[in-house]
Ligand binder design. Structure first.
Ligand code: UDP
Length: 452
């Protein structure tokens, strides 16, 4: 059954909460394959929960003894909405301390929850789910969900509803096991919700805006609509860029003079963790680009693509126009031109009337070029995007989603171009972390004030 038809079939009974919803799901929607997969998943959940309960039994004994000594109730619970919108009690130990959430294993044994699945919601949250997201209630809520994992690694750019929907349609036992495995490092290294994120981050004197993908796109769109077409320069920085900025005074000055510097990649995330400051989101250019195209197709703002090898900017333009009908590409041109041809390039960009210019020459060449030509280019938004067109033209494949969720996209790049990338990642990552560690000893948190 196609996902669209499946939505229609399942969303309406899920919305009405019929008494025989389980039967409806099995008979009219799931099919034998899904029911068998469901049983296999259940068997894996029960075995995993029994194993963990056995291994972690000392924690139960210690927590039980503490509860008895303090004459407190051992277990507390919260009301949550489970599969088929049935309410259940989400269990945990009373008080604070290690292993507080352990009783959730009992929820898994009882079948209220799975190891992997959409986040268990409160009644209020469940009532707010739109009809196209109700399919999340056709599976058991999970201890770890795709959206919570992406939040921890800073790449939750899409709404929870769509992550849950994807989980439902793409769910396999292997996928669930992978999700659980990926959640372990993410839980240890990832964002903590309880600490407030500062508006700016500072790494070695470079001020980065601590923002979300949606807010960054709103900002770009607002600047692109500027009637005076006042140029704004945007840069993305990852650990490699910050290492370059550390040694390259001119590049550092350009970043400091940019209107917005955005945090790109897991390295900034890890750097923030070392400094004890939460990063709101990993606003990298590769994830921002399709969202920017989608928005531009709606607003009519046109985009000019400059850079990469001959043919790649045009191939990128074609791919994005096919994906976002109505997207206006003002021009596309490769990034290998001589000093003598530069004025031609600038004239062509200006004549195109583009609202947004993406320059893909690599770091720091693109930032230096934009800073030099900024006032001759009458384009309101000008941004350096590195190897972006290599990905979107299809020349280089992007890392699969599971590797990105692990924060290991860099290892994919390393395997693709080891000769060029080994120094950047195998040496550069450690140099960056060492510098962050040194900075953390001078000032504990990377809060910067007064940046615009
Ligand atoms: N490039 C270019 N003109 C040049 C040098 C490089 O257009 O004179 C392009 C190159 O083809 C590639 C991009 O710039 O598409 C640099 O990619 P890289 O992955 O190195 O970017 P970064 O890692 O700096 O984001």
């Amino acid at each position: 059954m196609s996902p669209a038809r499946a939505h229609a079939t399942l969303a309406s009974p899920l919305a009405r909460r019929p008494r025989r919803l389980r039967v409806t799901w099995v008979r009219s929607f799931a099919g034998v394959g899904r029911v068998v997969a469901d049983l296999a998943r259940r068997a894996a959940d029960v075995s995993g929960a029994l194993l963990l309960l056995t291994v972690l039994s000392p924690v139960w004994i210690i927590r039980g003894a503490i509860g008895l000594a303090h004459q407190e109730a051992l277990i507390e619970h919260d009301r949550r909405i489970g599969r088929f919108r049935e309410p259940f009690r989400l269990l945990r130990f009373s008080g604070t301390g290690i292993g507080r959430g352990l009783p959730v294993l009992v929820n898994i044994l009882r079948g209220d929850m799975s190891f992997a699945g959409p986040r268990p919601m409160t009644q209020q949250e469940a009532d707010a789910i739109p009809p196209d997201g109700l399919v999340r209630f056709a599976v058991r809520p999970g201890l770890v969900s795709r959206h919570t994992l992406q939040k921890r690694t800073g790449i939750a750019h899409d709404a929870e509803v769509s992550a849950d929907r994807e989980h439902y349609y793409e769910q396999t036992l292997r996928g669930d096991l992978g999700l659980v495995a990926r959640s372990i490092p993410a839980t240890i290294l990832g964002n903590r919700d309880e600490i407030a994120a500062p508006p700016f981050l500072d790494f070695f004197g470079v001020t980065i805006v601590n923002t979300t993908m949606d807010e960054a796109i709103d900002w770009i769109q607002a600047r692109a609509a500027d009637r005076d077409r006042t140029p704004s320069q945007i840069a993305f920085v990852n650990p490699d860029c910050l290492n370059i900025a550390h040694a390259h005074e001119e590049y550092r000055a350009v970043l400091q003079g940019s209107d917005r510097v955005l945090p790109d990649g897991i390295g900034i995330h890890v750097g923030c963790r070392l400094l004890g400051t939460p990063l709101k989101e990993n606003v990298n250019g590769t994830d921002l680009f399709p969202r920017l195209c989608e928005r531009a197709a709606q607003t009519g703002q046109s985009i000019y693509l400059l850079g990469a090898r001959p043919g790649l900017a045009m191939a990128t333009a074609d791919a994005m126009q096919a994906k976002y009908p109505g997207l206006a590409i003002a021009g596309a041109r490769h990034g290998y031109f001589t000093q003598e041809q530069e004025q031609d390039v600038i004239d062509d960009i200006n004549a195109s009337g583009a609202s947004i210019l993406l320059v893909a020459f690599g770091v720091p060449r693109q930032e230096l070029w934009l800073a030099k030509t900024r006032d001759r280019l009458h384009i309101p938004v000008q941004m350096g995007v590195g190897g972006l067109f290599d990905f979107y033209s299809g020349r280089i494949a992007r890392a699969p989603q599971w590797l990105r969720e692990l924060g290991m996209e860099w290892s994919w790049r390393l395997l693709q171009e080891p000769g060029r990338m080994w120094r950047r990642y195998l040496v550069g990552n450690w140099v960056f972390l060492y510098r962050v560690w040194k900075q953390s000893r001078r000032s504990p948190a990377p809060h910067a004030q007064g940046a615009s």
